[in-house]
Design a protein around this ligand. Structure first.
Ligand code: NDP
Ligand code: 2IT
Length: 448
């Protein structure tokens, strides 16, 4: 890599090597923007070709998943596992079941995971996987048959010291249980090959809550840093899945008022705030009945459903995008800035576009990127692995303390490398802090 390598030169090569993978290009561009100047100032990384190596997955496994639906029809999906980087620990990262899943999306998620997992302070490498299977409208038996078929192949590639998948969009406790059962049956072995397991068979307290709680803790740290807090703030949250619901729960416990939740059909706005009682109803709707968020307005007067819309033009102090990638663009960012939003913490992976992030920085909005703000989920997954190794279970109180401490330490790492601008540039801080640990390990191994 030459001394005057530019971001555009590097990206031109990456785009050529990975044609058409727009989400992967976006995720790499956002990181390379901060890492290239850092590497040029630290020639040891440059000489070892670390940027080129860290943007190339170790390996990608793609396989056919065949299953039978309830009417006896043979169905075929595609399964993937992107084993991105195991320099600092076994591959670790979620499985996503959603019709939009493709290689670009899984490579962007796997790449983000490299930096996120490094920031957790735990020994976790990075991977991501999933399938274009659509769980919506499927019966429980169909989901079981799909998960069993998916795991029959994936089992060849994972292991407690090799690769430890977990949940993501469309993969929750039920899917993890089906896959764990199938792995155990195939390999005649009970070991911690997945995280997000139920408590009866090796799960960890607080794993379900960890991503959303961690995101709220990260926001609290960003605000504390400038003498403020969540207390009394109006908050807008997108999504109504695992991350969104537990983010809403912790934000409310910390004294904020949650005004919105959403799903792919639209968003609900409740001017009175989504109280713990209302949130309990949402949990039942989403996790047990697999219903739609629109139904909220049939149960709670005063709330409105906005079909086909996202919540970013609702006036609020704090925003938490917790649904999916690229759900908050430059137009949304302008709305947020002009409505007085002071901070954004990403519960989802890459929910804000590059243009949206640029606008937040220009307007002095505190911006916590997903690889830092949503790292609580994988951090508690790492602690689930520790508990499995020890064959012990820590209490909920202990787990929440550990999660809080990890989110505090991630915040400090971001401040360390991002405080040369005002407000703190958490994107740069997270990218550089996450990079250093993995790059040092890769250097130590020589040319591999
Ligand atoms: P869930 O499947 O539990 O919930 C996803 C939510 O996002 C649902 O409300 C869903 O609505 C909505 N959503 C999904 N895709 C789209 C889309 N294309 N457009 C609009 N809305 C959409 O997933 P999670 O809560 O686990 O994941 C949410 C985000 O958080 C993802 O970006 C994930 O990668 C990230 N994340 C998750 C972690 C975890 O531990 N689970 C850890 C770190 C990050 P609908 O039901 O209508 O599809
Ligand atoms: O994006 C993520 O960090 C996750 N979906 C959680 C991964 C994990 O291994 O717990």
């Amino acid at each position: 890599m030459s001394r005057d390598l530019t971001l555009d030169d590097f990206m031109a090569g990456l785009v050529k090597r990975n044609p058409g993978e727009l989400e992967f290009h976006q995720a790499v561009r956002e990181v390379a923007h901060d890492i290239i100047p850092f590497v040029l100032d630290n020639p040891k990384y440059q000489q070892a070709g670390i940027i080129r190596r860290i943007t190339e997955p170790d390996r990608i496994i793609i396989f056919r998943v065949v299953w039978e639906d309830d009417s006896g029809r043979v169905r075929v999906n595609r399964g993937y596992r992107v084993q991105f980087n195991n320099a600092i620990g076994p591959y670790k990262g979620g499985l996503r079941f959603h019709p939009s899943v493709n290689l670009s999306i899984l490579k962007f998620l796997g790449f983000e995971q490299v930096f996120k997992n490094s920031l957790t302070t735990l020994p976790l490498g990075a991977g991501k996987g999933g399938s274009d299977f659509n769980p919506k409208g499927k019966s429980n038996r169909e989901i079981m048959r799909f998960c069993q078929s998916f795991m029959t192949e994936l089992a060849n590639h994972i292991g407690p010291n090799i690769d430890v998948p977990a949940g993501d969009i469309g993969v929750g406790a039920q899917e993890i249980s089906f896959m764990f059962g199938q792995y155990k049956r195939i390999n005649r072995e009970f070991s911690g090959i997945l995280t997000g397991k139920a408590m009866e068979f090796g799960g960890s307290r607080i794993r379900t809550e960890a991503t959303g709680y961690g995101c709220a803790f990260f926001m609290e740290h960003m605000l504390n840093q400038r003498g403020d807090s969540i207390r009394g703030k109006r908050c807008i949250i997108s999504g109504s899945g695992n991350v969104a619901v537990f983010c809403a729960e912790k934000v409310t416990q910390l004294g904020g008022t949650v005004l919105t939740l959403s799903d792919s059909s639209g968003f609900i706005y409740d001017p009175d705030g989504i109280s713990p009682e209302k949130l309990a109803w949402v949990k039942d709707l989403k996790f047990r009945r697999r219903g739609r968020i629109e139904d909220y307005t049939n149960h709670f007067s005063g709330a409105t459903f906005y079909p086909g819309n996202r919540p970013w033009n609702v006036t609020a102090d704090l925003a938490f995008p917790c649904a999916t990638q690229n759900e908050l663009n430059d137009i949304d960012a302008k709305d947020l800035c002009s409505n007085g939003c002071i901070a954004v913490a990403e519960g989802a992976n890459m929910p804000s576009t590059i243009d949206a992030i640029r606008l937040f920085h220009q307007h002095g909005v505190l911006f916590g990127p997903g690889k830092a703000a949503n790292a609580g989920g994988v951090a508690v997954s790492g602690l689930e692995m520790s508990q499995n190794s020890m064959r012990l279970t820590w209490s909920a109180d202990e787990m929440e303390q550990k999660l809080e401490a990890i989110m505090g330490s991630i915040h400090s790492e971001c401040v360390q490398y991002g405080s040369d601008s005002d407000p703190i540039n958490y994107v740069k801080g997270a990218n550089i802090a996450g990079f250093i640990k993995v790059a040092e390990a890769m250097l130590a191994y020589g040319v591999v």
